[in-house]
Structure formats: C-alpha cells, structure tokens
Design a protein around this ligand. Structure first.
Ligand code: FAD
Length: 106
C-alpha cells in the first residue's frame, strides 16, 4: 500500500496547484470539469479511509468551483478538515494564494 503521508503531501500539492492555476472566471465547461475531477479523485484516491472521509466531506460541503478563490478556499477547508482529524494545525485560508500561488512576502 502507498505511504499515506508522502501520498498526502504530494496530493495536496497537486490539488492546491490546480486551484492556483484555475481561472478567476472559469467557463461552464471548466467548472463542470473541475467538479468531475474532484468527484473522481475522491473515488480513486488510493488511501481508502482517506477517500471515504473525503467523499463524506464533499457531500457535506459541495465543492465551490465558480472562481479560483472560491475553489482555493473550499479546498483549504477540506484540507483543514483532515488537519483537525489528524491533530495538525489549522491553516488560515485567507493565505492560501500566498502559500500556493504568489509566494510568501516578507
Ligand atoms: P500536509 O497536510 O500534507 O500539507 C502540506 C502543506 O500544505 C503544509 O506544509 C502546509 O504548507 C500546507 N497546508 C496545510 N494545511 C493547508 C490548508 N488547509 N490549505 C492550504 N494549504 C495547507 N492522512 C491520514 O492519515 N488520514 C486521512 O484520512 C487522510 N485523508 C486525506 C485526504 C486527502 C484528500 C488527502 C489529499 C490527504 C489525506 N491524508 C490523510 C494525508 C494528510 O492530509 C497529510 O497529507 C499527511 O499526513 C502529511 O502531512 P504534512 O504534515 O506533511 O502536511
């Protein structure tokens, strides 16, 4: 079975990077493609407990795909749900673009 931690880190990198490059004003097709991707990802994710919980999350909190920032914040919330479950710190979702798109400024 895959290493759940390494798989998780690389998967979050993929997902947040998809959010970072998603259009600010997506077309209907881009929105429905992203919804399909998230749905299929949640079914195919190769950590079964993770996949089950992620699917329940999607049922509770429907993915927001209407803009880059909406999707990035939704994804940040989904990641925080896992952080809480694992006892990891909550990430401040107002900073998702700094972490995953524009880079930290200091
Ligand atoms: P990660 O949680 O992998 O985070 C990587 C980096 O993302 C962090 O260093 C931080 O810079 C940034 N980050 C953290 N939180 C956020 C946020 N909310 N928004 C944006 N950026 C953030 N593991 C399990 O043991 N059980 C599970 O049920 C489980 N479910 C998962 C479900 C999914 C869909 C995914 C993708 C992963 C899941 N994992 C699960 C793996 C787990 O979330 C972590 O990836 C893994 O434990 C490694 O954690 P980490 O501390 O290296 O940081």
């Amino acid at each position: 079975p895959p290493d759940v931690e390494a798989l998780g880190r690389s998967s979050w990198t993929l997902l947040h990077s998809i959010a970072a490059t998603y259009p600010e004003t997506p077309s209907r097709t881009q929105q429905s493609d992203l919804l399909s991707f998230v749905d299929l990802f949640s079914k195919l994710y190769p950590c079964w407990v993770c996949a089950d919980d992620f699917q329940s999350y999607i049922k509770r909190e429907a993915p927001s795909v209407s803009s880059r920032d909406d999707f990035g914040k939704w994804l940040c919330g989904a990641h925080n749900d896992v952080n809480v479950k694992l006892g990891k710190p909550i990430f401040d979702c107002s900073k998702w673009q700094e972490r995953w798109r524009t880079g930290w400024r200091d």
